[in-house]
Write a protein that binds this ligand. Structure first.
Ligand SMILES: [Fe+2]
Length: 205
């Protein structure tokens, strides 16, 4: 399964975020979806983020409001619980994020329509001072997230998310806390992971 990541092209010229980036159908101001506060008033947990994205994914009117574009991903910024960053994202067939991480943010996402594939690494990547890394055997994970299925993740999560369908759009809901301070993008050839660039919020807002 470790080689499957190369089977699907990432989204053409636009390099939308993991986590959205510029252009496309982003709304000027966040859309309120479901509750915007954590139940406890404290920093949201990954479990609370997962509960939020699942609840939001069941909001049929909101999901239907996302413009879909066969040429590339589309997104709407939402208000997540407890000050978290949330996105509703549309994925045309064959699009994906490419490999990236989420700095120290925790997060959750769920598929609201269609199906997504997540490839992830069970490694803690060094923070600084490297350009390429050779991954050891056994660090790859792969899972399909069918409609209604989601997952939460902790700090330093490294993954790529793909819509492997040849003919069906997918829609997903994502939440991150704290709001992403930066993401690192990687390319991968076999076991070699290469740091390509670091993006900050100015790059996607
Ligand atoms: Fe991501």
């Amino acid at each position: 399964m470790s080689s499957a990541h190369s089977a699907v092209a990432t989204a053409g010229s636009v390099s939308p975020p993991p986590s959205p980036v510029s252009s496309a159908a982003s709304s000027a101001s966040p859309v309120s979806a479901a509750s915007s506060t954590s139940a406890s008033g404290a920093s949201p947990t990954s479990g609370e983020l997962l509960e939020f994205v699942r609840r939001t994914a069941r909001d049929e009117a909101l999901i239907a409001s996302l413009p879909l574009d066969p040429e590339g991903r589309t997104w709407i910024r939402l208000d997540g619980p407890g000050g978290s960053e949330s996105w509703l994202i549309g994925w045309p067939p064959g699009t994906g994020t490419g490999w990236h991480d989420h700095a120290d943010s925790i997060g959750a996402f769920t598929t609201a329509a269609g199906a997504l594939r997540e490839h992830s690494l069970v490694v803690r990547l060094p923070t600084d001072g490297w350009k390429t890394l050779e991954l050891t055997d056994g660090v790859d994970r792969s899972r399909e997230l069918a409609t209604g299925q989601g997952r939460a993740f902790g700090r330093n999560h490294v993954h790529e998310v793909l819509n492997e369908s040849e003919d069906a759009h997918a829609i997903s809901v994502h939440a991150y806390y704290p709001p992403l301070p930066r993401i690192r993008r990687f390319s991968r050839t076999g076991a070699v992971l290469r740091l390509e660039q670091t993006e900050s919020p100015e790059d996607w807002q």
